[in-house]
Design a protein around this ligand. Sequence first.
Ligand code: NAP
Length: 538
Amino acid sequence: MATKTKPAKKPAAKKPEKFRLTYSTMFSPPEEMHTKFEKALAGVRANLGRDHGMIINGQDRFVEAKFEDRSPINADWVLGTFQKGSAQDAHDAIGAAEAAWPQWSGIKWQNRVRLLRKVAANIEKRVYEIGAAMALEVGKNRLEALGDVQETADLIKYSCDSMERNDGFIKPMGIDPLVGYRSTNVSVLRPYGVWVVISPFNFPFALAGGPSGAALAAGNTVVFKPATDTPWTGRLLAECMRDAGLPDGVFNFVTGGGSTLGQALIDDPRAAGITFTGSFEVGMRIYRQFAGGSYPRPCITEMGGKNPAIVSKNADLDRAAIGIMRSAFGLQGQKCSACSRILVEAPVKDKLAAKLVELTNRLVVGDPTRREVYLGPVINASAYRDFGEFTEELSSAGKFLTGGKQLREGELGKGYFCAPTIADEVPLDHRLWKYEMFLPITMLTAVDSLDSAMRIANAVNYGLTAGFYGSRKESSWFFENIQAGVTYANRPQGATTGAWPGFQPFGGWKGSGSSGKNAGGLYYLPQYMHEQIHTLVE
Ligand code: NAP
């Protein structure tokens, strides 16, 4: 008898997962991302050279003194002109934020969150346009630039989620065991007042929008000053805030020099708190000065790094090489999380070095708005000069496995392009083993054991990120002993870079950060509020 076989059911087609841009997924973006970026870039390029105001109390402010914002890709490209704000503008911006604070802190936290979600939505709507402007202004490759913008929206949403998850940080406490009375206690986290946000050039959107979003969600009002190299992306953030309908004075945007307008913000006693992200030198100065007020005020300083990757003889060397290369040279080594020290066990040093050199030599350096380019220029003429001086110093102390020179051929000569550089055989007592160069230069050395690698790794003032490649057991040892706020083991997407809010909250130990609480993480938002206990006896 013939048996009937049921026709095999076709397996349901699996829905492809929607692509979500993060720093670890950016290596294989969908084609659509390129098309959209190129379209936005053409639009942005057609609109260069405009004069952009500051925004104080909801009004554009133009002043007589201006500065030009030129592209590091080609110093002939004037991207726009910006206002050289003065101490008076800083004073006015703080005044506007102070006047707006009672209303902003007094509205329901749910309403603040609603407005901030609009800000995040505005950013997402303009992600390609802002990414294109940033690529031109900072010299980021297109995916790094888009990542910075998307991360900003995610950081703001994370602060909103954090308010919601914690019911606005209004928490009932124990009821006093009183006889004859009912005494209830509630813990409430409340905002401080005017919060100053000062951002660096390298993540000009995320490190401005992230802290600002947290400060605002908490109920503070904000005065934001971007780096002089990146006023344009700063202005675009201010527009996303303004267009979301934040009341006048709640978010103020000022441009001008760090030592003039910036210093005036720090010195103003009406500043109730600050988030500074930038170099150790400037951050420590601000931290000390801010403590000189008439009472202690919160000062969150996120500073530099000298981030090591430790490679064990048991490591998967292909993974180690790609992860290290990406972290050493992504954004031209100008990430606070860049991998600037490679400590590899002696038996596998030559093998790892050969793989690293091969990968590095394949990198395309050039105009970072072009699809195939991984490394753009360094930020400005001063960083370019530093590269020349550091490579000269390193070449007399050791040797280069690759790189070591500025690139001047053809169009590259119009910008600040440097070859990705790996220095070897530089004695461990050389000062550059401890100094943050913030350029596409990484240093390699062989170590006789993992214990000596760990000693060297921890023997710096910084403690931002760190990477490890080796066995699972060794990875646990690494996590246990390394002194850093963000640590990764066996990660090909980046040895020391590539954090994302909600996944790898970002912050540093020791000289890398003052708060010990990482941005985009569980404990970040409460820093923008102080606690008040309400005890009510009935
Ligand atoms: P920077 O030179 O320290 O400047 C940072 C910001 O501080 C800029 O807006 C700058 O304004 C301002 N500033 C300078 N002097 C000031 C003063 N006296 N008062 C108030 N503000 C002042 O740093 P950068 O070169 O832009 O950025 C690179 C550094 O940032 C690196 O060290 C990097 O490691 C660090 N970073 C850390 C993190 C982190 O999360 N830990 C993230 C990114 C970057 P002007 O530009 O107008 O001078």
